[in-house]
Design a protein around this ligand. Structure first.
Ligand SMILES: Nc1ncnc2c1ncn2[C@@H]1O[C@H](COP(=O)(O)OP(=O)(O)OP(=O)(O)O)[C@@H](O)[C@H]1O
Ligand SMILES: [Mg+2]
Length: 260
C-alpha cells in the first residue's frame, strides 16, 4: 500500500518547504521506501532536500523524441519498456529516499502519446514505495496532467490571510471539478505568526472563512526565520534543527494526516 501526499496551492505559500520537510521527517522516522516527485518544471525540491538532480523526465522525453526522429525508429509496443528503463535512470537514489523530477511539460498543442505512457510508467513505479510525496507548481490546473494515480491527501498551502484562504477555497472546488482522484483534502496554513499580546495567531475574519470551508485545517506551520535563512544560503531544509518551529509544525501535520 502506497500513501500518496500531494502539495498544491498558490505560488510562494510553502509547497516546496512543506514537501521537503514531510519527506525528511518520514525518512528520519525510517518510513521507507519514499519517493519524492518534483512536479514543478522549475524544479527545486532537490535543493530543499540537498540532493543532486542530473536528469528530468522531460529531458528523457525530449531525448527519446529526438532519437525517434533521427533514426525513424518506430515507437511501438516496446515503447513502454523503453521508457520504463529510461525513467528509472532519472531517479536519483538517495540513502533514505528517491527523487524524480518531471521537468518541462510537453509543448503547447502537442499530443504526445509518450506523455501518457510516461505517466503510466511513473505511476507504476510509485506503487513500489510506501510513501510518495509530490511537490507541484502553483495552481491546480496542472495536477490532473501529472498523475493518474489516487492521491490520499491533497494538501493545499496558504498563508493565514483572507486572500490566501479565498484562493484555497477556489482550489479545493477546482480539485473536485478536475476529477482528480483525491481521497482527502486538507489546508495547511503556513507562516503563522506567533500569538502576541493575547492576539490569536489566525485573525478572526480568516478563522470565520476557514470554518465555512468544507476542507479541514490539518496543519499550522509557524513562520520560522531559519527557513528563510537556509533558503537564502542554499542550505537544505533537511538540516533544520529538530526543535525548529517549521519542522515541528510539519511533524504535527504528518501525525495528524497519518494517524488522525
Ligand atoms: N514557515 C516558513 N517560515 C519562513 N519562511 C518560509 C516558511 N515557509 C516558506 N517560507 C519561505 O517562503 C518562500 C516560498 O516558499 P516555498 O518555495 O516553499 O513556496 P512554494 O509554494 O513552493 O513556491 P512556488 O509556488 O514558487 O513553488 C521561500 O523563500 C521560503 O523560504
Ligand atoms: Mg515550490
Amino acid at each position: 500500500m502506497t500513501t500518496t501526499i500531494a502539495l498544491a496551492g498558490k505560488g510562494g505559500t510553502g509547497k516546496t518547504t512543506v514537501a521537503a520537510l514531510l519527506i525528511d521527517i518520514l525518512a528520519k522516522r525510517g518510513a521507507y521506501p519514499i519517493l519524492a516527485i518534483d512536479a514543478d518544471p522549475s524544479s527545486n525540491l532537490n535543493l530543499a532536500l540537498g540532493v543532486p538532480l542530473t536528469k528530468t523526465v522531460g529531458d528523457i522525453r525530449e531525448d527519446l523524441l529526438a532519437e525517434v526522429q533521427r533514426t525513424q525508429m518506430a515507437l511501438g509496443v516496446a515503447q513502454r519498456d523503453l521508457l520504463d528503463v529510461r525513467v528509472r535512470m532519472a531517479v536519483e537514489e538517495g540513502d533514505s529516499f528517491d527523487l524524480v523530477a518531471m521537468g518541462r511539460p510537453e509543448g503547447p498543442g502537442c499530443y504526445c502519446p509518450v506523455n501518457h505512457t510516461l505517466r503510466q510508467v511513473i505511476d507504476l513505479m510509485a506503487e513500489s514505495y510506501a510513501y510518495v510525496v509530490m511537490d507541484n507548481e502553483a495552481g491546480m490546473e496542472h495536477l490532473s496532467r501529472r498523475t493518474t494515480r489516487d492521491v490520499d491527501w491533497l494538501l493545499l498551502t496558504s498563508d493565514p490571510t483572507v486572500r490566501g484562504v479565498t484562493a484555497v477555497g477556489h482550489m479545493a472546488a477546482l480539485a473536485d471539478s478536475l476529477g482528480i482522484a483525491v481521497k482527502r483534502k486538507g489546508i495547511v496554513l503556513n507562516r503563522v505568526q506567533p500569538a502576541q499580546n493575547g492576539d490569536r495567531p489566525i485573525p478572526p475574519t480568516v478563522q470565520a472563512m476557514l470554518d465555512r470551508l468544507a476542507v479541514p485545517v490539518v496543519g499550522l506551520i509557524p513562520d520560522d526565520p531559519l527557513v528563510g535563512r537556509y533558503d537564502a544560503e542554499g542550505r537544505p531544509l533537511s538540516h533544520l534543527p529538530p526543535d525548529s518551529p517549521a519542522r515541528r509544525g510539519v511533524a504535527a501535520l504528518l501525525d495528524r494526516i497519518l494517524f488522525g
